[in-house]
Design a protein around this ligand. Structure first.
Ligand SMILES: [Zn+2]
Length: 215
């Protein structure tokens, strides 16, 4: 094997394991600051950046969902980007299935209500940065606008295991078929960071939660 091919294969392995992901997986070409101004009138305004009122309004709805599961407060809503109509919502129900993260529950709710179509017109708001499974699901759906509150790193600090790939890295790895319009983190993060810290204390105080606690 020549050295160039060895380097190539080594890089592929690094991508698959995530070891060198920040090097191997560049961020999407669209700058976040530009994308954040491109939200439809129903969901935001041209001045709406990390703390814009439009994004905050919808993130509060995601937080409402998250409060339904105090131990694992991962909530999500899907809204129509132009009209602001809420089209789907959900909270983590991981006790029922490892697949049922808040974003997936919201996507399933959307499909139930509207069919598997129209994703490109929607924006998903979630209390936690999407994990690699959920971000991949959004890429498969071509759901191109994603806003989250707490970062994966912050969530990990509250005792939640996390796969070490950021949402942006996953989106960039899907760039052959997926071009996100908006990947925005940190909206209401002060609020949701506190929520995840409360959840950690709750889990520590009551390691064996009654099954009914997960809604
Ligand atoms: Zn997830």
């Amino acid at each position: 094997m020549d050295s160039g091919r060895r380097r190539f294969l080594g890089r592929c392995t690094a991508v698959m394991t995530g070891v060198a992901a920040p090097f191997a997986l560049p961020r999407p070409a669209l700058p976040e600051s530009h994308a954040a101004t491109d939200v439809g009138a129903g969901a935001s305004t041209a001045t709406d950046q990390r703390t814009g009122t439009g994004h905050e309004r919808f993130m509060r709805l995601a937080v409402e969902q998250a409060r339904r599961n105090p131990r694992w407060p991962f909530g999500a809503v899907i809204v129509h980007t132009r009209t602001g109509d809420v089209l789907g919502s959900g909270v983590n129900t991981g006790a029922d299935s490892p697949l049922l993260h808040g974003e997936v529950v919201a996507m399933n709710d959307y499909v139930r209500r509207h069919g598997n179509q129209g994703w490109a017109d929607t924006t998903l708001y979630t209390t936690g940065e999407p994990c690699s499974m959920c971000m991949s699901a959004m890429a498969w759906a071509n759901l191109r606008r994603v806003v989250w509150a707490s970062s994966i790193d912050e969530i990990r600090r509250t005792g939640v295991i996390q796969i070490a790939l950021s949402a942006r890295e996953v989106a960039a790895a899907a760039r052959s078929f997926y071009t996100p319009e908006l990947l925005l983190g940190g909206v209401l993060a002060d609020h949701t960071d506190h929520l995840f810290q409360q959840a950690q204390r709750l889990r520590e105080r009551h390691p064996e939660a009654p099954r009914a606690e997960v809604s």
